[in-house]
Design a protein around this ligand. Structure first.
Ligand code: SAH
Ligand code: SF4
Ligand code: F3S
Length: 470
């Protein structure tokens, strides 16, 4: 037991009690002589994908099998995202449509969880206007899903596990992974950064890290099971370990995972620029198992806007960080997130984002138009630029990045790289480079799941084509 850790760990006895309830639920369905079907719909980021795999793991333990749609399912779970207004509107729209599936199957139970369930206004709206929703639980209550489900099945009454809690670490929850090659591993939860536009710290609580031994054991097991591509997850992985009080940081963790024997690749996201540095880059450079890919969201290119965003770095610091990372790893693939139209951003400031793109030359970008999130500081800032104008800026940003991506992809032609063949699509194999670039190869099913050496023969804005050279 680590006596120094600041964040609580869910006691094993409590987790055992949840597992016990899974067995009661399984018995409940056996007594009815049927195998219950669950449908889990996941919105948002990889963190939610990973959470959904735990949800499915717990449901499998309760005897559920999984269907492809809400129609006819005994249990529907919406694992939601609150990052932008549009994400929430989609969930509300799709929840509305569930009144029909429930009419066809009145015993159907509907649960809402994830980041929206961490917003009191949303919970209020679900209570009042969505009476067909039977249960709601926020991310800090995820491990209590069996308890919620048992209460619901045994009483028939709606259940809300949405009290605001700091959040704890629950180790050893069952997980149902659907891809045999790629696995998500959460190394920490929550966020302490409070970027002024962002809802995440409000809905996912404070930063809390898993103990390194637990992460290492999970990774060792994944490698033994044949997983080839492991992505470590956290909102700001560079803050890993700060709450553990053991002197271990993310670079140390990466190095230790890289020492696990076997043929696999480690990725991670997301790195906040304020906490990334030479120690991380050195760790990446020194292990062949760590992908030479850095997702380093910059958000914008103007110092004034960066300050208003509460990002704790300026353009110059960011650029020197990129230069440092590239000095350690000349072939580094670099990706980023950009927000267009932060409140008060001027055309001149937006131009600084464009010029930053030209300077950094990212391999790929995730681009977003600012969306006000109630309760965050940016939601109350004056925002005079029209939506139409922001759309125009957004299109310019995408056009510039497409040009850069295309140029960068063209430079791959003729090169030899090692890729992981991960699937088949439209008569060809799909593979990923270390940097996550998509490569299409001639069909050859025996290669699926293997790392192969390929020569790149063609490129587009979005993908590469190649042929095996072994
Ligand atoms: N923790 C990660 C990102 C989490 S959210 C990080 O710090 O980089 C993913 C991306 O969504 C963010 O990087 C940001 O670009 C975008 N985003 C977050 N809040 C937003 C908002 N209110 N409007 C538009 N985009 C937003
Ligand atoms: Fe949001 Fe900033 Fe935390 Fe990322 S670091 S989750 S953008 S508050
Ligand atoms: Fe992810 Fe959306 Fe929550 S981006 S952390 S699922 S708000």
């Amino acid at each position: 037991m680590n006596q120094n850790r600041k964040t609580p760990v869910v006691p094993q006895a409590d987790l055992a009690a949840q597992a016990q309830l899974c067995h009661r639920i399984a018995e409940y369905w056996q007594a009815q002589g049927r195998v219950p079907v669950a449908y889990v719909e996941t919105y948002g980021c990889q963190q939610n994908e990973a959470d959904s795999q735990q949800i499915q793991g717990m449901l499998a333990r309760c005897g559920y099998v999984f269907g492809q749609s809400a129609q006819g399912a005994d249990l529907v779970v919406f694992n939601t995202c609150a990052i932008r207004e549009h994400a929430e509107q989609r969930v509300f729209g799709n929840l509305g449509a569930l009144t029909h599936t429930k009419r066809n199957h009145p015993a159907q139970k509907i649960l809402v969880c994830g980041c929206m369930a961490g917003r009191p206004e949303v919970v209020q709206r679900l209570r009042k206007s969505y009476p067909h929703v039977d249960g709601v639980f926020s991310t800090s209550h995820l491990w209590q899903l069996p308890e919620l489900l048992w209460q619901l099945l045994s009483t028939g009454k709606r259940v809300f596990f949405t009290q605001d809690e700091p959040g704890a670490i629950a180790e050893g929850l069952p997980m149902r992974r659907d891809n045999p090659l790629k696995a998500w591993v959460s190394v920490m939860y929550g966020c302490n950064n409070f970027c002024s536009y962002c809802i995440v710290p409000y809905v996912r609580g404070r930063e809390r890290s898993r103990e390194p031994e637990d992460i290492l054991a999970e990774c060792r097991q994944l490698v033994a099971q044949g997983y080839r591509d492991i992505t470590l997850l956290g909102q700001n992985v560079n803050a890993y370990g700060k709450d553990l009080g053991r002197g271990i940081d993310f670079a140390d963790l990466l190095t230790r995972i890289g020492e696990i024997p076997g043929d696999f690749l480690i990725r991670f996201m997301t790195s906040h620029p304020k906490d990334a540095g030479p120690k991380l880059f050195a760790a990446m450079a020194s292990s062949p198992k760590i992908a030479k890919h850095l997702h380093l969201p910059v958000q914008c290119g103007s110092d004034r806007v960066l300050k208003a965003m509460n990002r704790h770095y300026d353009r110059e610091k960011y650029l020197s960080l990129v230069a440092c990372a590239r000095a350690y790893m000349p072939d580094l693939v670099l990706t980023s997130d950009i927000i267009v139209g932060f409140p008060g951003e001027t055309r001149e400031e937006f131009d600084q984002t464009l010029s930053l793109l030209e300077q950094v030359r990212y391999d790929a970008l995730f681009t977003f138009i600012f969306s006000p999130r109630p309760g965050t500081p940016a939601a109350n800032m004056p925002d005079p630029v029209s939506r139409a104008e922001k759309n125009q800026w957004f299109d310019q940003l995408c056009a510039l990045q497409n040009r850069i991506s295309e140029e960068k992809h063209r430079a791959y032609v003729g090169k030899r790289l090692r890729v992981l063949v991960d699937g088949r699509e439209e008569g060809c194999l799909t593979a990923r480079t270390q940097g996550g670039r998509l490569v299409r190869l001639p069909d050859h099913p025996a290669l699926i799941g293997r790392f192969v050496q390929v020569e790149i023969t063609g490129s587009t804005t979005w993908s590469l084509t190649g042929k095996p050279v072994e």
